[in-house]
Design a protein around this ligand. Structure first.
Ligand SMILES: Cc1cc2nc3c(=O)[nH]c(=O)nc-3n(C[C@H](O)[C@H](O)[C@H](O)COP(=O)(O)OP(=O)(O)OC[C@H]3O[C@@H](n4cnc5c(N)ncnc54)[C@H](O)[C@@H]3O)c2cc1C
Length: 383
């Protein structure tokens, strides 16, 4: 579809991601969801394919994908399993933050391990009392002469249960800091979170830091730059989730078309009923529109264009609301089967709801987009 919008190399990478996702991820996604964990086998396979090093420069052992190819990776894995896509998201956020803000020593220390999957990364911003209002984090980092002492409590941390490297936002007075913390350091206590609504295999954890000593050389950028570091990681996270939602919407569409073409009611296939056609048509248009917004965001990122952050907000907002609508309609088209584990659409619906909350709740994104709306006005010819 739309091959004129990307190159033959990007199309071939996309086909490879799709084949991998269909063969190695999709068949296990229902089990991952039921067991509330990704198994190590699939994580190793993703690592062996270079997926975990997607955003790591080749010099550090990564595959250094361009934004659009990274988008396709998220779309295809996202169509198969939103939890596996979540791993790409948070791991990628940390790889990207180290690549963009790290010192040569930090890059050499962490990027090869992250690219190979020997280390898994998590992004730890949210706290029990601090969600959307990220600037208000309460976790503290106190200088101890050489490094820092970390105290605080993070919650809802994707792959926090198993990550070996945590990117943590803390504050020291008015300054924010982005810290690279060993997951197994003394003073780090992790408690798995079970029973989530969606992306249930993304191994969430609560993480408590109690007098956790952080050696020197673990601050990304410098003290005072914690928020910009995390904001740039969140921008990448939104890009990844937006593409994942395109995949989720596409999965809803494909399941619905299959079911509506084979299931007969009132003497004809469901797809012969106009109100079912309306749902299918909305899915087709929604998925394509979201993909085009994602393509625009990818092009802006590739060009280093200043609009890339706004384009990513638009893509994430549109794609996550589209995925939710598509998943609701997919369940509707499947009727009772859609409410059971018999078809994956009930999982799609639970996953899609989560997409409207993570990486900026829809209402927060609406506020940010509205705040930028003047930028979309036509220039005044008299000016
Ligand atoms: C599955 C899952 C995985 C997650 N993974 C991570 C992770 O890896 N790392 C991490 O740090 N966090 C993670 N989170 C936390 C996530 O980032 C937060 O849930 C999100 O930022 C919203 O914060 P909150 O849940 O505290 O909701 P709140 O901030 O309390 O907001 C609740 C609701 O209030 C409304 N609202 C809030 N602010 C505004 C506003 N300014 N304008 C209008 N309406 C508003 C929105 O409707 C919002 O949904 C995860 C959450 C989930 C569910």
């Amino acid at each position: 579809m739309e091959p004129h919008l990307w190159t033959a190399d990007q199309e071939s990478a996309r086909a490879g991601f799709r084949a991998f996702a269909r063969r190695h991820v999709e068949p296990h996604a229902a089990r991952f969801d039921r067991e509330e964990r990704l198994d190590e086998g699939v994580i190793s396979l993703m690592a062996s394919q270079g997926h975990l090093g997607a955003l790591v420069p080749a010099a550090h052992g990564g595959s250094a994908l361009d934004p659009l190819t990274f988008g396709f990776l998220n779309e295809e894995i996202g169509a198969a399993c939103s939890s596996a896509r979540s791993l790409l998201t948070v791991h990628g956020m940390v790889c990207q933050a180290i690549g963009a803000w790290g010192t040569p020593e930090q890059k050499a220390r962490w990027l090869p391990e992250l690219a190979s999957g020997r280390a898994l990364a998590a992004f730890a911003l949210t706290e029990p009392e601090v969600g959307s209002d990220a600037r208000s984090v309460q976790t503290t980092a106190t200088p101890d002469g050489q490094g820092w002492v970390l105290n605080g409590h993070k919650k809802w941390i994707t792959f926090g249960e198993v990550a070996t490297l945590l990117l943590v936002l803390a504050r020291h007075g008015e300054q924010t800091l982005a810290l690279l913390v060993d997951g197994s350091a003394p003073g780090v206590q992790r408690t798995p979170i079970r029973g989530m609504l969606g992306t249930r295999a993304s191994m969430l954890a609560e993480i408590r830091f109690q007098d956790c000593r952080i050696p020197p050389g673990r601050v990304l950028a410098r003290p005072g730059f914690g928020f910009p570091v995390m904001a740039s990681a969140l921008d990448l996270g939104r890009f990844s989730v937006a593409w994942g939602c395109v995949g989720l919407g596409q999965a809803c569409l494909e399941a619905s078309v299959r079911h509506a073409s084979t299931r007969q009611q009132f003497g004809r296939p469901l797809a012969g009923h106009q109100l079912v056609q309306r749902m299918l048509a909305d899915m087709v248009v929604g998925v394509r529109a979201s993909r085009l917004l994602c393509l625009q965001a990818a092009a802006a990122r590739a060009a280093g264009h200043p609009r890339s952050t706004l384009d990513t907000l638009l893509a994430k907002y549109h794609a996550s609301t589209m995925a939710m609508r598509a998943a609701q309609d997919a369940v509707q088209v499947h009727g009772a089967s859609g409410c059971s584990a018999e078809h994956p659409v009930s999982r799609y619906l639970r996953d899609a709801k989560t997409m409207e909350i993570i990486e900026g709740a829809s209402e927060v994104l609406q506020g940010l987009i509205a705040g930028q709306a003047r930028g979309d006005l036509r220039p005044d010819p008299e000016a």
